[in-house]
Design a protein around this ligand. Sequence first.
Ligand code: 13P
Length: 265
Amino acid sequence: MRKPFIAANWKMNHTLESSCQFLQELPKQLGKIPSTNIDIAICVPYIYIIPITQKLVSVNQENGYNVKIGAQNMHWEAKGAFTGEVSGPMLSDIACTYIILGHSERRTLFGETDEKVSKKAKAAFASGLMPIICVGETLAQRDSNETMGVIQSQLLGSLASLTPAQVEVSTIAYEPVWAIGTGRAATPAMAQEVHKMIREYIAKHYGESISQNIRIQYGGSVTPENALDLMAQPDIDGALIGGASLKADSLSKIIQATLAKKNLL
Ligand code: 13P
Protein backbone atom coordinates (compact mmCIF):
# COMPACT_ATOMS: atom_id res chain seq x y z
CA MET A 1 0.00 0.00 0.00
CA ARG A 2 1.49 3.33 -1.08
CA LYS A 3 1.24 6.11 1.46
CA PRO A 4 -0.49 9.14 -0.10
CA PHE A 5 1.62 12.24 -0.57
CA ILE A 6 0.19 15.76 -0.70
CA ALA A 7 2.60 18.55 -1.62
CA ALA A 8 1.88 22.26 -1.73
CA ASN A 9 3.75 24.20 -4.37
CA TRP A 10 3.57 27.82 -3.33
CA LYS A 11 5.51 28.93 -6.42
CA MET A 12 6.45 32.66 -6.08
CA ASN A 13 3.64 33.51 -3.67
CA HIS A 14 3.15 34.58 -0.06
CA THR A 15 5.05 37.01 2.15
CA LEU A 16 6.77 36.10 5.39
CA GLU A 17 3.77 37.44 7.26
CA SER A 18 1.16 35.57 5.21
CA SER A 19 3.23 32.36 5.40
CA CYS A 20 3.21 32.61 9.19
CA GLN A 21 -0.53 33.23 9.17
CA PHE A 22 -0.94 30.11 7.02
CA LEU A 23 0.94 28.06 9.63
CA GLN A 24 -1.18 29.47 12.47
CA GLU A 25 -4.33 28.64 10.55
CA LEU A 26 -3.30 25.13 9.46
CA PRO A 27 -4.10 23.24 12.70
CA LYS A 28 -7.43 25.07 13.00
CA GLN A 29 -8.45 23.86 9.55
CA LEU A 30 -6.76 20.47 9.45
CA GLY A 31 -7.60 19.39 12.99
CA LYS A 32 -6.53 15.97 14.15
CA ILE A 33 -5.42 13.62 11.39
CA PRO A 34 -3.77 10.19 11.44
CA SER A 35 -0.43 11.76 10.50
CA THR A 36 1.42 8.51 9.94
CA ASN A 37 -1.02 7.62 7.13
CA ILE A 38 -0.02 10.48 4.84
CA ASP A 39 3.06 12.47 3.82
CA ILE A 40 2.61 16.23 3.60
CA ALA A 41 5.09 18.78 2.26
CA ILE A 42 5.02 22.51 1.72
CA CYS A 43 7.37 23.65 -1.04
CA VAL A 44 8.14 27.29 -0.42
CA PRO A 45 10.38 30.00 -1.91
CA TYR A 46 14.00 29.50 -0.79
CA ILE A 47 14.09 32.50 1.51
CA TYR A 48 11.18 31.24 3.58
CA ILE A 49 12.58 27.76 4.18
CA ILE A 50 14.37 28.66 7.43
CA PRO A 51 11.64 30.72 9.14
CA ILE A 52 8.90 28.30 8.11
CA THR A 53 10.90 25.27 9.24
CA GLN A 54 11.36 26.94 12.63
CA LYS A 55 7.63 27.61 12.95
CA LEU A 56 6.74 24.12 11.71
CA VAL A 57 8.65 22.52 14.60
CA SER A 58 6.04 23.71 17.09
CA VAL A 59 3.07 23.26 14.71
CA ASN A 60 4.13 19.64 14.18
CA GLN A 61 4.82 18.99 17.86
CA GLU A 62 1.63 20.53 19.17
CA ASN A 63 -0.63 18.80 16.66
CA GLY A 64 1.10 15.48 16.07
CA TYR A 65 1.82 16.40 12.44
CA ASN A 66 4.88 15.59 10.41
CA VAL A 67 4.68 18.29 7.74
CA LYS A 68 7.96 18.61 5.86
CA ILE A 69 9.49 21.42 3.84
CA GLY A 70 10.46 21.34 0.18
CA ALA A 71 12.10 23.67 -2.33
CA GLN A 72 11.03 24.28 -5.92
CA ASN A 73 14.31 24.06 -7.81
CA MET A 74 18.05 23.55 -7.29
CA HIS A 75 21.30 23.46 -9.25
CA TRP A 76 22.99 20.15 -10.03
CA GLU A 77 26.43 21.26 -8.90
CA ALA A 78 27.23 21.24 -5.19
CA LYS A 79 28.98 24.63 -5.28
CA GLY A 80 30.80 27.05 -7.55
CA ALA A 81 30.46 30.09 -9.75
CA PHE A 82 26.73 29.92 -10.51
CA THR A 83 25.39 33.34 -9.57
CA GLY A 84 21.86 33.24 -8.24
CA GLU A 85 21.69 29.46 -7.87
CA VAL A 86 21.14 27.26 -4.81
CA SER A 87 22.63 23.77 -4.42
CA GLY A 88 21.47 20.49 -2.94
CA PRO A 89 23.94 20.55 -0.03
CA MET A 90 22.74 24.07 0.84
CA LEU A 91 19.12 22.87 0.94
CA SER A 92 19.84 19.81 3.05
CA ASP A 93 21.95 22.04 5.31
CA ILE A 94 18.78 23.96 6.21
CA ALA A 95 16.68 20.81 6.78
CA CYS A 96 14.85 20.84 3.47
CA THR A 97 13.40 17.39 2.70
CA TYR A 98 11.80 17.54 -0.77
CA ILE A 99 12.72 19.18 -4.04
CA ILE A 100 10.40 19.81 -6.99
CA LEU A 101 12.26 19.23 -10.26
CA GLY A 102 11.27 19.88 -13.86
CA HIS A 103 8.08 21.77 -13.12
CA SER A 104 6.50 22.85 -16.41
CA GLU A 105 7.00 26.51 -15.48
CA ARG A 106 10.72 25.82 -15.19
CA ARG A 107 10.69 23.82 -18.40
CA THR A 108 8.89 26.51 -20.43
CA LEU A 109 10.12 29.73 -18.79
CA PHE A 110 13.63 28.80 -17.64
CA GLY A 111 14.92 26.34 -20.21
CA GLU A 112 14.83 23.24 -18.02
CA THR A 113 15.42 20.13 -20.12
CA ASP A 114 15.05 16.44 -19.27
CA GLU A 115 18.84 16.24 -19.16
CA LYS A 116 19.04 19.02 -16.56
CA VAL A 117 16.23 17.42 -14.54
CA SER A 118 18.14 14.14 -14.57
CA LYS A 119 21.34 15.82 -13.35
CA LYS A 120 19.40 17.63 -10.65
CA ALA A 121 17.65 14.43 -9.54
CA LYS A 122 21.00 12.68 -9.14
CA ALA A 123 22.37 15.66 -7.21
CA ALA A 124 19.25 15.72 -5.04
CA PHE A 125 19.83 12.14 -3.91
CA ALA A 126 23.52 12.88 -3.34
CA SER A 127 22.38 15.55 -0.84
CA GLY A 128 19.69 13.44 0.79
CA LEU A 129 16.80 15.35 -0.82
CA MET A 130 13.71 13.52 -2.11
CA PRO A 131 12.78 14.61 -5.65
CA ILE A 132 9.30 15.24 -6.99
CA ILE A 133 9.84 14.96 -10.73
CA CYS A 134 7.22 16.70 -12.89
CA VAL A 135 6.05 15.59 -16.32
CA GLY A 136 3.11 16.65 -18.45
CA GLU A 137 1.92 17.41 -21.97
CA THR A 138 0.78 20.69 -23.49
CA LEU A 139 -2.70 21.12 -24.93
CA ALA A 140 -1.35 20.94 -28.49
CA GLN A 141 0.40 17.67 -27.68
CA ARG A 142 -2.77 16.22 -26.13
CA ASP A 143 -4.87 17.35 -29.09
CA SER A 144 -2.52 15.62 -31.49
CA ASN A 145 -2.53 12.38 -29.45
CA GLU A 146 1.08 12.75 -28.35
CA THR A 147 0.44 12.63 -24.59
CA MET A 148 1.79 9.16 -23.88
CA GLY A 149 4.85 9.60 -26.10
CA VAL A 150 5.71 12.98 -24.58
CA ILE A 151 5.46 11.66 -21.05
CA GLN A 152 7.42 8.52 -21.76
CA SER A 153 10.19 10.59 -23.28
CA GLN A 154 10.20 12.98 -20.28
CA LEU A 155 10.42 9.98 -17.94
CA LEU A 156 13.21 8.39 -19.98
CA GLY A 157 15.27 11.60 -19.93
CA SER A 158 14.47 12.80 -16.43
CA LEU A 159 15.10 9.48 -14.66
CA ALA A 160 18.17 8.56 -16.73
CA SER A 161 20.76 9.17 -14.01
CA LEU A 162 18.92 7.42 -11.17
CA THR A 163 19.42 3.89 -9.86
CA PRO A 164 16.31 1.68 -9.64
CA ALA A 165 16.35 2.08 -5.84
CA GLN A 166 16.31 5.86 -6.27
CA VAL A 167 13.48 5.70 -8.80
CA GLU A 168 11.45 3.65 -6.32
CA VAL A 169 11.54 6.40 -3.67
CA SER A 170 11.13 9.30 -6.09
CA THR A 171 7.74 10.88 -6.66
CA ILE A 172 6.45 11.52 -10.15
CA ALA A 173 4.02 14.42 -10.52
CA TYR A 174 1.81 14.22 -13.59
CA GLU A 175 0.88 17.83 -14.33
CA PRO A 176 -0.79 18.42 -17.69
CA VAL A 177 0.39 21.89 -18.71
CA TRP A 178 -3.11 22.88 -19.86
CA ALA A 179 -4.51 22.15 -16.40
CA ILE A 180 -2.02 24.23 -14.41
CA GLY A 181 -3.54 27.41 -13.04
CA THR A 182 -6.40 27.29 -15.54
CA GLY A 183 -9.20 26.00 -13.33
CA ARG A 184 -9.55 23.18 -15.84
CA ALA A 185 -8.34 20.03 -14.11
CA ALA A 186 -7.99 16.75 -15.95
CA THR A 187 -11.02 14.55 -15.39
CA PRO A 188 -10.35 11.70 -12.96
CA ALA A 189 -10.52 9.25 -15.88
CA MET A 190 -8.04 11.23 -17.98
CA ALA A 191 -5.62 11.51 -15.07
CA GLN A 192 -5.99 7.84 -14.14
CA GLU A 193 -5.25 6.81 -17.74
CA VAL A 194 -1.92 8.68 -17.72
CA HIS A 195 -1.01 7.59 -14.17
CA LYS A 196 -1.60 3.95 -15.16
CA MET A 197 0.60 4.41 -18.21
CA ILE A 198 3.35 5.96 -16.05
CA ARG A 199 3.17 2.97 -13.67
CA GLU A 200 3.34 0.57 -16.62
CA TYR A 201 6.36 2.45 -17.97
CA ILE A 202 8.09 2.11 -14.58
CA ALA A 203 7.18 -1.60 -14.44
CA LYS A 204 8.66 -2.18 -17.90
CA HIS A 205 11.91 -0.33 -17.16
CA TYR A 206 12.43 -0.98 -13.44
CA GLY A 207 10.26 -3.98 -12.57
CA GLU A 208 6.83 -4.62 -11.12
CA SER A 209 7.74 -4.13 -7.47
CA ILE A 210 9.28 -0.67 -8.03
CA SER A 211 6.25 0.34 -10.10
CA GLN A 212 3.96 -0.64 -7.23
CA ASN A 213 5.95 1.41 -4.72
CA ILE A 214 6.64 4.63 -6.64
CA ARG A 215 4.19 7.41 -5.87
CA ILE A 216 2.52 9.34 -8.66
CA GLN A 217 0.88 12.66 -7.82
CA TYR A 218 -1.60 14.52 -9.97
CA GLY A 219 -1.24 18.29 -10.34
CA GLY A 220 -3.23 20.91 -12.23
CA SER A 221 -6.17 22.88 -10.78
CA VAL A 222 -6.71 20.49 -7.86
CA THR A 223 -9.39 21.88 -5.53
CA PRO A 224 -11.21 20.56 -2.47
CA GLU A 225 -14.16 19.93 -4.81
CA ASN A 226 -12.39 17.77 -7.41
CA ALA A 227 -9.93 16.13 -4.99
CA LEU A 228 -12.44 13.49 -3.86
CA ASP A 229 -12.92 12.03 -7.33
CA LEU A 230 -9.27 12.37 -8.31
CA MET A 231 -8.05 10.63 -5.15
CA ALA A 232 -10.52 7.78 -5.68
CA GLN A 233 -8.46 6.68 -8.70
CA PRO A 234 -6.27 3.66 -8.01
CA ASP A 235 -3.06 5.04 -9.55
CA ILE A 236 -3.32 8.57 -8.12
CA ASP A 237 -1.30 8.62 -4.91
CA GLY A 238 -1.69 12.25 -3.97
CA ALA A 239 -1.45 15.73 -5.42
CA LEU A 240 0.94 18.57 -6.18
CA ILE A 241 -1.14 21.67 -5.57
CA GLY A 242 -0.56 25.25 -6.64
CA GLY A 243 -3.33 27.82 -6.12
CA ALA A 244 -5.42 25.80 -3.66
CA SER A 245 -2.36 25.20 -1.46
CA LEU A 246 -1.95 28.87 -0.62
CA LYS A 247 -4.80 28.83 1.88
CA ALA A 248 -4.77 26.56 4.92
CA ASP A 249 -8.46 25.74 4.58
CA SER A 250 -8.37 24.50 0.98
CA LEU A 251 -5.11 22.58 1.49
CA SER A 252 -6.59 20.98 4.62
CA LYS A 253 -9.74 19.94 2.77
CA ILE A 254 -7.65 18.28 0.06
CA ILE A 255 -5.62 16.41 2.71
CA GLN A 256 -8.83 15.26 4.41
CA ALA A 257 -10.38 14.22 1.08
CA THR A 258 -7.28 12.17 0.31
CA LEU A 259 -7.33 10.38 3.67
CA ALA A 260 -11.05 9.69 3.26
CA LYS A 261 -10.85 8.37 -0.29
CA LYS A 262 -7.88 6.15 0.51
CA ASN A 263 -9.73 4.78 3.57
CA LEU A 264 -7.04 6.05 5.92
CA LEU A 265 -9.04 8.18 8.34
P1 13P B 1 -2.47 24.84 -9.78
O1 13P B 1 -2.93 23.91 -8.69
O2 13P B 1 -2.51 26.28 -9.38
O3 13P B 1 -3.15 24.54 -11.08
O4 13P B 1 -0.92 24.54 -10.00
C1 13P B 1 -0.51 23.23 -10.17
C2 13P B 1 0.95 23.19 -10.13
O5 13P B 1 1.62 23.68 -11.01
C3 13P B 1 1.58 22.55 -8.96
O6 13P B 1 2.93 22.35 -9.16
